[in-house]
Design a protein around this ligand. Structure first.
Ligand code: NAD
Length: 484
């Protein structure tokens, strides 16, 4: 596969068309024109990929950990040397990323691979005391086998690298089903893994749609685990099917993260932080602070500063380093944002700013004031550049408002008072809380994941290894061969 815009399936080390010969168009969100195409896999292609992965698992899991570490490090080196030159344009065009977001994804991918490589040699087991002195008890940590990786479109490289690198480090083989919006960058990453010398059958990619390609993958009887980063609706569907087979399943799903702005903040700084945490990548970020809760004494001044911060965001060309964000991924995503906005404004909600299309699929930073708490813009994930600001009487009220959500992915608390910050961190029900920062934070070592509708399990560093390995208790009777 030399032309990165013409994707084929990767099965057992071979680039090939789908069995039915079908392909689908991949669009560039900025122009809504055709960027390329990819093979459209269905159930028989998926079955072939899973069969290959079983073979790949036998090869890869039997390699010495230091060889798995070395291969992942070589993949990191390859991306560091070639990623910017070969992938930057593809990432910008296929996902509608700004140049700085695309650069960041490539750099983060290198970091993730290096951290995962280190984990390959740290699959520690354990022993525990046995009351019978003739018996020894050990705990082994073993890979699951073949893991199905189903990935989203918003950070189509970095999230995929994270979802693939750690299971591989633990000795698993993978079958990847990337988002149908962004299959091409996923195929480019798979190529880098092959270049790095990972046994070809251990990394397979099937491109296609959720129902036709993703569903047969996650329900295939030879799959041993599933990792999904995607919407809550998809997570519920996959989770329900996975439970029929009691499969290990890691689900990183949607969010409706709160940013608390407490009374002691510098409102101008808080407004800049809030705008970055909300509008990066047009709000197509699971941890975007899509609910902003401001303590009453800071409310009026924050609104003024936040309006100015939103209206100063530059929405220019994706390759202009000053561009804050670009288009939504597709028309459906744009319509969802508009519908969430209408659902609030038709019920009398004031618009602080925004509410219009800038061009194509690019939507202005949009801020609702005090929407009804049962409207979709407050309750559901919009996954676009729309947020709400509400007033809290005090810290306890702010924490209660933050917890008024079925999601629980991340939160930010802006304050200079460490005790207030810690009180909020202890009180907010979510997978992470960041004091002095917005809610959109990443770290390759951190346990990233959520509570409630935001998912199950954690990814990052050793936490990913726990997700993609099983523990096995092995015991030994010392006296059984006693010659006496
Ligand atoms: P999506 O759920 O529409 O799709 C995700 C993947 O699932 C795609 O590859 C899709 O083809 C596949 N899929 C869809 N239906 C399927 C089925 N029935 N069986 C198997 N696979 C199926 O999500 P998206 O729109 O691509 O991504 C955006 C969502 O991802 C948002 O909700 C966002 O919050 C979430 N997300 C979460 C995190 C996190 O860390 N929690 C990170 C990024 C994105």
């Amino acid at each position: 596969m030399s032309d990165l815009t013409q994707g084929q399936l990767l099965i057992d080390g071979q680039w090939r068309e789908a069995g039915r010969g079908q392909r689908f168009d991949v669009l560039a969100p900025a122009s809504e024109s055709v960027l390329g195409s990819a093979a459209q896999a269905d159930e028989p292609d998926v079955a072939r990929a899973v069969t290959a992965a079983r073979k790949g698992f036998a090869q890869w899991s039997s390699l010495a950990p230091k060889l798995r570490e070395a291969a992942l490090l070589r993949a990191a080196d390859w991306i560091e040397q070639h990623g910017l030159a070969q992938w930057l344009d593809l990432l910008i065009d296929e996902s509608g990323s700004t140049i700085s977001k695309a650069r960041g994804e490539i750099a983060y991918s290198v970091d993730l691979l290096r951290i995962a490589a280190g984990e390959a040699r740290r699959l520690y087991g354990d022993t525990f005391p046995n009351d019978d002195p003739q018996r020894v008890s050990m705990v082994f940590r073993e890979p699951l086998g073949v893991v199905a990786i189903v990935s989203p479109y918003n950070a189509p490289l970095a999230l995929l690298v994270k979802m693939v690198a750690f299971p591989l480090a633990a000795g698993n083989a993978v079958v990847i089903k990337p988002s149908e919006e962004t299959p091409l960058i996923a195929l480019a990453f798979a190529r880098a893994l092959l270049e790095a010398g990972i046994p070809a059958a251990a990394v397979n990619v099937v491109t296609g749609f959720g129902a036709e390609c993703g569903a047969p993958l996650v329900s295939h009887p030879e799959i041993d685990g599933i990792a999904l980063t995607g919407s809550t609706a998809t997570g519920q569907r996959i989770g329900a099917a996975a439970m029929q087979r009691m499969l290990r399943t890691q689900l990183e799903l949607g969010g409706k993260s709160a940013l608390l702005v407490l009374r002691d903040v510098d409102v101008d700084k808080a407004a800049t932080i809030a705008a970055t945490g909300m509008f990066s990548h047009a709000g197509q970020i699971c941890m975007a602070n899509s609910r902003i809760v401001v303590e009453a004494p800071a409310y009026d001044a924050f609104l003024k500063a936040f309006k100015a911060a939103c209206e100063s965001l530059h929405l220019g060309d994706l390759r202009d380093p000053d561009t804050a964000y670009g288009p939504l991924i597709n028309r459906r995503a744009l319509e969802k944002v508009q519908q969430h906005q209408r659902n609030a404004t038709e019920r009398g909600t004031e618009l602080l700013t925004g509410g219009s299309v800038v061009r194509g699929l690019t939507y202005a930073p949009t801020v609702l004031l005090e929407p009804p708490r049962d409207c979709s813009a407050w309750r559901d994930e919009s996954f676009g550049p729309i947020t709400s600001v509400v007033k809290a009487n005090d810290l306890d009220d702010a924490i209660a408002i933050a917890n008024d959500s079925e999601f629980g992915l991340s939160a930010g608390v802006l304050t200079h008072n460490a005790q207030w910050g810690f009180r909020a961190a202890r009180g907010i029900r979510s997978g992470s809380v960041h004091i002095g920062m917005h809610s959109f934070q990443s770290n390759a070592l951190a346990p990233i994941g959520g509570l409630g509708l935001s998912g199950i399990g954690r990814s990052g560093g050793r936490y990913s290894i726990e997700e993609f390995t099983e523990l096995k208790w092995v015991s030994l009777e010392l006296g059984c061969d006693d010659p006496a």
